[in-house]
Design a protein around this ligand. Structure first.
Ligand code: GLN
Length: 475
């Protein structure tokens, strides 16, 4: 088995045919981590002993029960978990100093579902502390590097998850996306990353960033793998009242070669093809659109007129929710003293407290909440005319480590094409669409609420013809 060229799909086949065991597979990834992670810094915690024990257990199950692959859909697959996911008895730091010795007494719902499906947790991945960031550089435990170019960022905040999957330190990883944090690192590391519809996957047990924006997504090499994981994690959870009781489709069933996309209506929104966007990024995105056209899709120009207000709206509402969520880490009941918060967390606590304070609440928070509705309506209106939107994921290529750390506004602008999606609560899938000077470029396929099945279908078709996922980093 060659872990450089393996996906969840063929790893499951290999396990089923007994070509290799989960223990062998897991050991390969652990070896790889030992070899390269000093340089990459994708993991905060590696649970070697736990992972090998888990792998041995699933191997016994596989030996004794032929049908186990039906019951446990991800049996034996080595995963990295973002360090915002509560994992029972396994240290969970949120990438922060404040809770750097916290051992959760329970599993997040998504963790539990994945464990029940048989995954092997290799370890916990690095991230911008509390999810605040676009580059991984806000981690209190040091930045992660991009496996395609070690002098560059892997994207954030699920920086370790993306770097680990791209560098073959695990087969898949979990992430969270409040404004970009699954999609941006996926884009910068040549991976597939889904930001699902708000409420599609339970937030219970995931350390909160901004509760009305947080979504729970996953990072993989291929579209099929991503769909397979969502089948496990999605659905109603009695511990999270924002998860509606909408049936979870078998997302992978829709993915087959024969299904065409003829007649698919793709929208191109002029607000996402603007001055200042890297020309190569823009042209690769438009090239992908042309590719869809050649497969029978119909392209239409549309407008989302309130897009220009999205960043301001996001950076009022999100810090407001952050300041409230981080108030519990008071140094008395939870965590270390508040002076241990990093600069970015402090900045957001101050911003959030300011926009919620009396006298400013109406001017900022309430106004931004109204703008949020307008942005959401923009999307509802265009989805009357088109089935999906295709836009660039990031306005730039993966940037150099240190390039934007002194300029928070420049850093915030990395999310300009992503945060409107979280404001609206709709799903968006990052899909690799090419390379510029050996650096990966991603595009987003965006759809209306609960259209994940369609997004996967569209992306799958494109991936089958382009196969960018086969281009590996040199590390
Ligand atoms: N970069 C965004 C921020 O810092 C997104 C964070 C996220 O999605 N967790 O707010």
């Amino acid at each position: 088995m060659d872990i450089n060229n393996i996906t969840i799909k063929n790893a499951l086949e290999g396990l089923k045919n007994k070509d290799f065991s989960s223990e062998e597979l897991t050991s390969k990834y652990l070896e790889r981590i030992k070899k390269i992670d000093k340089e990459l810094n994708a993991f905060i915690t590696v649970d070697e002993e736990g992972a090998l024990n888990q792998a041995k257990k699933v191997d016994e199950l596989i030996q004794s029960d032929e049908d186990i692959f039906e019951e446990k859909k991800l049996i034996g697959i080595p995963f990295g978990f973002k360090d915002l996911y509560s994992t029972k008895d396994l240290k969970t730091t949120a990438g922060s100093k404040i809770i750097d010795n916290y051992i959760p007494p329970y599993d997040a719902t998504a963790t539990k579902k994945l464990k029940d499906a048989g995954v092997v947790i290799i370890g916990k991945t690095n991230e911008d502390a509390w999810g605040h960031g676009s580059s991984g550089e806000n981690s209190d435990l040091g930045p992660t590097r991009n496996p395609y170019d070690l002098t560059r960022v892997p994207g954030g905040s699920s920086s370790g998850s993306a770097a680990a999957v791209a560098a073959n330190e695990c087969l898949a990883a979990t992430g969270t996306d409040t404004g970009s944090s699954v999609r941006l690192p996926a884009a910068f590391c040549n991976l597939v990353g889904l930001k699902p519809t708000y409420g599609r996957v339970s937030r219970y047990g995931i350390i909160s960033m901004a509760s009305s924006f947080d979504t729970i997504g996953h990072i993989t090499k291929t579209v099929y793998d991503n769909a397979k994981i969502l089948e496990v994690t999605a659905g109603r959870d009695e511990f999270d009242s924002t998860t509606p009781d909408i049936p979870v489709p078998c997302y992978t069933t829709a993915l087959n070669e024969n299904q065409g996309i003829k007649g698919l209506r793709i929208g191109i929104s002029k607000e996402y093809y603007i001055e200042g966007v890297d020309k190569d990024v823009e042209s690769l995105t438009l090239k992908a659109v042309k590719h869809f056209e050649s497969m029978g899709a119909v392209v239409k120009n549309v407008s989302l007129p309130h897009t220009g207000y999205a960043m301001s709206c996001y950076y009022i509402l999100v810090p407001a929710e952050i300041s409230s969520n981080l108030a519990r880490f008071d140094g008395i009941r939870f965590g270390k003293t508040r002076d241990q918060f990093g600069n970015e967390a402090k900045r957001r606590i101050m911003l959030g407290t300011y926009v919620l304070s009396s006298g400013y609440y109406d001017a900022y928070y309430e106004k931004a909440a109204k703008v949020r509705t307008l942005i959401k309506q923009d999307f509802e209106n265009v989805f009357k005319e088109v089935d999906v939107l295709i836009v660039p994921s990031s306005p730039t290529l993966p940037f150099k480590i240190g390039e934007k750390t002194d300029d928070p506004l420049q850093m915030y602008l990395s999310d300009i094409f992503m945060c409107p999606i979280n404001i609206a609560g709709i799903p968006s899938l990052n899909v690799p669409c090419g390379f510029v000077e050996s650096l990966p470029v991603g595009m987003q396929i965006i759809g209306p609420q609960f259209s994940e099945e369609l997004l996967y279908k569209v992306a799958y078709k494109y991936e089958q013809e382009t196969e960018y996922y086969k281009i590996q980093p040199k590390i």
